[in-house]
Design a protein around this ligand. Structure first.
Ligand code: 5AD
Ligand code: SF4
Length: 450
């Protein structure tokens, strides 16, 4: 168990910028909790901080570029206030390791995703030299946490990934898959529920392979874990991200039909609709197997929202391969999708492949795909119009502060007229829908069926 060993005498301020996925956002909450236990307070401006931190992502080249611009800005601030410390954590740091200090000599401390606690060790030591920490040592789950929203919590159920997707840098930054013990997880869920968390998101690089690495006497499946979390009083919504289609078993799909808290939404990353490309991506499923999973979801949970991730322009992707992706997107009718242009990542198998696709072709394919995704998402969203949905209030609407904003169980953003406290579950009658958001009015009638 990590403990704040020494408290600095002077109250210092930190500023933390997070890039990347929900796993990183969760690690950032841990970093904040740990820093505040050490006596640091959060600065709203980077320029007011004694400690400038970045939690980085390395999934696509764009993520690297964005972060490096911020890093240079931090250096400029440090030149004006030389005592400032600069720390870089997360996946990008892990992917470049010690090289970070050669490329950016002004960085004081760097650490990979498994070494958040090492930041505290560095800050409380007398070391004046730059330090890097890149060996996985444990879960951040033992660290204190500063949650962004009281009613939403994350539960990291595993780290790492045993897949070998040929485009992906994650296996090299987050290592092999390690599942956390179910008893430890359940104790954490009970603590979170007691603390006011109503919506819980289970996190892992491949959540539905959870448990396979646990010793036989401690092992439970992902579906069993969902069932046990569902039974914890106070947890009203359960989400998880991301599952892998190859491990999407019927028991998990059925759980969506029977567990009251498990939301009617499955994010099922497709990546490509062409079996030939899926093979080169080493995804280990075919187009048919993926469609079969979708059919099974629709059979057990007909109203389930399905979202996905798709990459266009993978090396060797022909026009015909891309047409198959378009056709599959049309066929499934996703409720939403994250679409990406393939970006070669160093050290990955696909970066070595010949037949890299010209950028203009990738851009044209992305545009064509986004059109299909948005049209189908808008069509799908019409099914909500006229219905009353349960909405978890998140705050004022971003476009019109006189209205409220929340999320339905299908993970749709809902902007609505009405009243309600942040973190409250209310009933909203849906009056209009676009591909991205639903609009409605708060309903005062009895609770709607799910
Ligand atoms: N290029 C483009 N997109 C990528 N993703 C992962 N690696 C790459 C890459 N090299 C996408 C995948 C994944 C999502 C998180 O990011 O679609 O599901
Ligand atoms: Fe998350 Fe992957 Fe980015 Fe790491 S590289 S922060 S795991 S998206």
């Amino acid at each position: 168990m990590w403990r704040a060993a020494t408290l600095p005498l002077m109250r210092k301020a930190y500023h933390l910028t997070t890039f990347g996925c929900q796993m990183n956002e969760h690690d950032s909450e841990r970093m904040k909790g740990m820093l505040e236990a050490l006596g640091y307070s959060e600065a709203t401006e980077r320029g007011d901080a004694d400690l400038i931190l970045f939690n980085t992502c390395s999934i696509r080249e764009r993520a690297d570029e964005r972060f490096i611009a911020h890093l240079h800005e931090a250096n400029a601030l440090k030149r004006r206030a030389p005592g400032t410390l600069i720390g870089v954590g997360g996946c990008w740091a892990q992917s470049v390791k010690e090289e970070v200090f050669q490329r950016f000599p002004f960085v004081d401390v760097a650490f990979g995703p498994g070494q958040v606690h090492k930041l505290a060790e560095f800050l409380t030591s007398d070391s004046l030299t730059a330090q890097g920490y890149f060996e996985f040592e444990g879960f951040t789950g033992d660290l204190p946490v500063k949650r962004t929203r009281d009613f939403q919590g994350w539960l990291q159920i595993s780290v790492g990934c045993n897949c070998v997707c040929s485009y992906c840098i994650v296996p090299s930054t987050r290592g092999r898959e390690v599942s956390r013990d179910p008893e430890v997880l359940l104790a954490e869920v009970r603590r979170l529920a007691a603390d006011g968390v109503r919506e819980l998101t289970l996190l892992g690089q491949n959540v539905n392979s959870y448990g396979r690495d646990l010793p036989a006497d401690r092992r439970i499946s992902f579906a069993q874990l969902l069932e046990q979390v569902d039974a914890v009083p106070g947890i009203e919504r359960i989400r998880y991200t991301s599952p892998h289609p190859k491990d999407m078993r019927e028991d998990v799909i059925r759980a969506h039909a029977v567990l009251p808290a498990l939301c009617e939404h499955i994010h099922l990353p497709l990546q490509s609709g062409s079996s030939a490309i899926l093979k080169r991506m080493r995804r280990t499923y075919t187009r048919e197997r993926y469609l079969d999973r979708v059919a099974l979801i629709r059979e057990h949970v007909p109203d389930c929202a399905i979202t996905t991730d798709i990459i266009v322009g993978f090396p060797g992707e022909t026009e015909d391969d891309f047409q198959q992706t378009l056709e599959l997107a049309e066929l499934v009718g996703y409720d939403g999708a994250f679409t990406f242009i393939y970006s070669p990542r160093r050290g990955t198998e696909a970066a070595q492949l010949k037949e890299q696709i010209p950028h203009e072709v990738k851009v044209a394919r992305l545009e064509a795909l986004v059109q299909v995704i948005q049209r189908r998402a808008a069509e799908r969203a019409q099914r909500f119009v006229g219905r009353t949905l349960e909405v978890l209030v998140e705050g004022p609407s971003r476009t019109d502060p006189s209205r409220l904003r929340g999320r339905s169980r299908h993970n749709k953003v809902v902007n609505f007229e009405g009243f309600g406290e942040v973190g409250e579950l209310v009933e909203v009658q849906i009056t209009a829908a676009t591909s991205q958001t639903l609009t409605g009015e708060m309903s005062l009638v009895s609770r709607a069926p799910r």
